[in-house]
Each structure stands twice: as C-alpha cells, then as structure tokens.
Design a protein around this ligand. Structure first.
Ligand code: ATP
Ligand code: MG
Length: 449
C-alpha cells in the first residue's frame, strides 16, 4: 500500500524518451467522428490527404472523454506551419514564441493548428529562471506529447480511425478524475509558471483532483509567476474568471497558495472585507451567464470587482473635503492606476469600467429631465445592471433599483408620474450645461450607502 503510494507520488509518469503509445479504439472510449466540429474535420482530412499526420488534440479530446462539450477544437500535425498555410487559403501563421496557424471558417470560426513540437532540450531559448522564451523546434508526435502539460491534455484523436493515441496514461487519469503533470512538475512549472494557473483552472472547471506530486511544488514556486509577462497573466486571469466556475477557481487558487502578491486584482478579490458579498454576487452572476451561454462583459466584471475599492477611496476623498463628483473621478483613476501598474488592464476595458462607475450617482437623480437623459445613455443597460447588483448586495436600497426597472418599461406619461422630487435640486439651473453629464454641483450624489 505504502509502496503503491510512493510509486504514485514519485515513481510514475517518468516522461522519458521512447514512451510507448497506447492506441485506444472507438469501442473503448466511444468518441465518434460525429462529435468533432465540421471545421476541425475539414482540417484533419485535408492534412491527412496531403500525406501529413493530423489529430484533434488537447482540451477537446479531454472534454469529450469527460462527456462535456468542447469549447474549441485544436489540431496537431506533422506539417510545418508553412506547409499548413500552403494548404488552406484562409489561414495565417501567428505567434513568434510559438508559431501556430489559424485556419478560419465561416465568419469567425478559427481552428488552431500546431506543428508537433520537438524535445525540450533541443533549441529552446530559456531565461535565467528556466522559463521558455522561444520554442519552434519541430518533432514527432511522441515528443509533442511530452511537451504538453497534463496527461489528460496529451491525447490525440484521429477522426479517420476514431482512435485515441495516449502516451502518458491520460485516459486512465481522466477516468480516475486526476490532473497529472507530465514529467517533473517542478521543472515544468519553471519552464512555464502559467501551468500552475492552468492546473487550478482545469481542475476547478472539470472537477478533477490535482495529483499530489503535481500540486506539491506549487505553493513554493508561486513567486515565479512574477516573471511572466503581464499580458499573458492577464489572459490567464480572464480564463479563470470566465471559466464558468470562477468561485471554485478562486477557492483553488487560495488552497494552492497562489492567491497573493502577483496579481493586484486578485488581491482585491481575495482580501475584500468590504465588498465581499458584492464580489461574490458578481462572480456568481458571471458563472451563471457563462453556463447559460449568455454573453459576458469583461469591463462589467472588472468594474464590479474593483467597485468597493473605488467606494472606499471616494469616501476618503469626500471626507477630506473634495466635492463628490470630482472625488469619484479621482478615486476611479487612483484605483485603476494601482491595477495598471502591474496588470495593464487594456484601455477598452478601463474605459467601460469608468463609464459604469461614473453613471452610478446619476441613478440617484429621479427628478426633471435627468432620468430621461440617463435612459438614452449608451451605457445605461450596463449601469443599471450594476446598480441592481449593488442593491442585491445591500449597498443601496432595492427600492431604487426597482424604480429603474419599472421606469425603463413604462410609457412616457407614466414615467412623468414616477418622477421623484429631489430636495437637493441644483440651485442654479444655468450652470448645468457647462458641466459634464453627471457632474452637476449641489446634487445628492455620493449618497450611495
Ligand atoms: P480549454 O478548455 O481552456 O481550451 P485546453 O487544454 O484546450 O483548455 P488550450 O490553451 O486551448 O487549453 O491549449 C491546448 C493544448 O495545448 C492543451 O490541452 C495542452 O495540451 C497544450 N498546452 C496549452 N498550454 C500549455 C502550456 N502552458 N504548457 C504545455 N502545454 C500546453
Ligand atoms: Mg483548447
């Protein structure tokens, strides 16, 4: 028993050279050609007709074996990117660090085609910490399998024969619902620290247990994530938050000791005593929308995650004597500056975030023409959804959110009747035009508690 355990923890998965493939026939795994997207079949068929090897690989095979619908279909082939590009009119070679080919179908369906990668120690460029910077050495399928991250992700499905090719007992691990790193986990994390985040995301999303040897080095190696370029971390963070299982992902990050210090937005989410309920609601809401296949907005979720930071900063500035609206705008900039320092939130998101935040005080104004103008605002819907979340979390009165729910749908005459006289109407009407919308003096802005 103990020996078995030791063997499981340390002995298995020596990803040495000459790993023998197990070929698993259709009658054992039950994944038929009809489960593969038509576009992916076109790619594998054409490559195979041209004499190359071509397989569906990675997440799609894993998900199908788990009985889940794959998000996308990636293809691995023996053809070089140039050879792939030559076969498909609507294709282009992308990436420098890892060259791959995107083949486009229809309006915007993209199939990613990667060439079998060669051995780790041949021709790679690594940095001082062992992180792989360039890797465009081609190899055979067996070498390619060894370069993949988890055994469950290193399965090759041939749609022509309907066979799964398995070099690392990935099918067995999937059956046992285990996530196991191929090779020496510590070395693989050093090569690419993002694999630690992938372990968390995949296990949370698919309900897999991270194998003991795979999870063991993570807590001590977490600091390596600091060397990963901000844009790549940002992408991975988006995948975590929009996995449809964000609550579970965040819990796993904490359990694995990955929650602190490398990602300022995460620090805010994890250490948010003020807005915990609000953040949880925003995450649950996002998970539900993803699971129901509804669109989600990155700007909206980020605006939610940082809202209580903005609120706290806003209140401090007001307490120090700043006027409410300038204080809100300064607070927004201050909070975003902290995030941008490390994470470079792309501008298109921070613009949306600011718009959503800046609308909030305007929902307090329910007199005169202002509610009508707010309704016309192109960001009204996002602002209203945000207000609703605030009400659900208990930060503002539900009555206010309900008022806006109704105001949107009733006739104009009824809207007029709904208006609520605001005791603190601006004293000097003529000053209105000179200010930006939402930035009117003397109104009851800022009373959002
Ligand atoms: P998802 O469901 O999120 O698409 P996925 O496993 O397909 O999950 P991708 O990012 O699409 O993730 O990667 C496709 C495949 O490429 C993976 O299944 C894995 O085999 C390989 N891969 C991706 N990232 C890495 C990495 N950092 N290190 C090693 N192999 C990787
Ligand atoms: Mg994928």
């Amino acid at each position: 028993m103990i020996q078995k355990l030791i063997q499981r923890v340390f002995g298995r998965r020596k990803a040495g050279k000459g790993q023998r493939a197990v070929v698993i026939p259709y009658k054992q795994h039950g994944v038929g050609r009809e489960h593969i997207a038509a576009s992916a079949l076109k790619v594998t068929d054409k490559l195979q007709e041209a004499g190359y090897q071509a397989y569906v690989v990675g997440g799609a095979v894993r998900d199908l074996l788990l009985g889940q619908l794959p998000k996308d279909f990636d293809i691995a082939t023996s053809a070089t990117p140039e050879q792939v590009h030559a076969l498909f009119r609507r294709s282009r070679i992308i990436g420098r660090r890892f060259k791959i080919v995107h083949v486009t179908f229809g309006r915007d369906e993209v199939i990613e085609v990667t060439t079998f990668r060669g051995d780790s120690d041949e021709g790679q460029v690594v940095d001082a910490t062992g992180r792989i910077l360039h890797d465009n050495v081609w190899g055979n399928q067996e070498q390619d399998a060894r370069r993949r991250d988890f055994t469950a992700n290193a399965l090759y499905y041939n749609p022509t024969t309907q066979e799964v090719i398995d070099y690392h007992r990935g099918v067995e691990d999937i059956k046992a619902r285990r996530l196991v790193m191929i090779g020496d986990p510590a070395l693989r994390y050093r090569e690419d620290p993002v694999r630690m985040l992938r372990a968390v995301r995949l296990s949370a999303k698919l309900g897999l247990i991270i194998d003991a040897a795979t999870s063991q080095p993570i807590a001590t190696m977490a600091a390596l994530l600091k060397n990963v370029p901000a844009a790549r971390l940002f992408d991975e963070m988006l995948k975590l938050l929009f996995s449809g299982h964000s609550r579970q992902c965040l819990k796993q990050l904490r359990d694995q000791g990955l929650h602190h210090g490398f990602f300022p937005l995460l620090d805010v989410i994890m250490e948010q005593p003020l807005g915990e309920r609000f953040v949880q609601l925003a995450l649950d809401n996002t998970d539900q929308r993803i699971q129901a296949d509804k669109p989600v907005s990155v700007g909206f979720l980020f605006a939610s995650l940082l809202w209580h930071e903005v609120l706290a900063c806003w209140k401090n500035r007001e307490a120090a004597g700043e006027l409410p609206i300038p204080a809100l705008f300064a607070a927004m900039d201050e909070v975003l500056a902290v995030q941008e320092e490390k994470l470079a939130i792309p501008r298109r998101y921070s613009v949306t975030m600011k718009e959503i935040w800046a609308l909030q005080p305007r929902f307090e104004q329910r007199a005169g023409k202002r509610p009508f103008r707010l309704l016309e605002n192109p960001r009204f819907r996002a602002g209203y959804d945000f207000l609703h979340l605030r009400a659900e979390s208990g930060e503002v009165e539900m009555e206010l959110a309900n008022w806006w729910t109704r105001f949107q749908v009733v006739e104009n005459a009824e809207r007029e009747r709904m208006l609520i006289k605001d005791e603190a109407q601006p004293a000097k009407k003529r000053r209105r035009r000179r200010r930006k919308p939402g930035a009117k003096p003397g109104e009851r802005v800022g009373e959002v508690d």
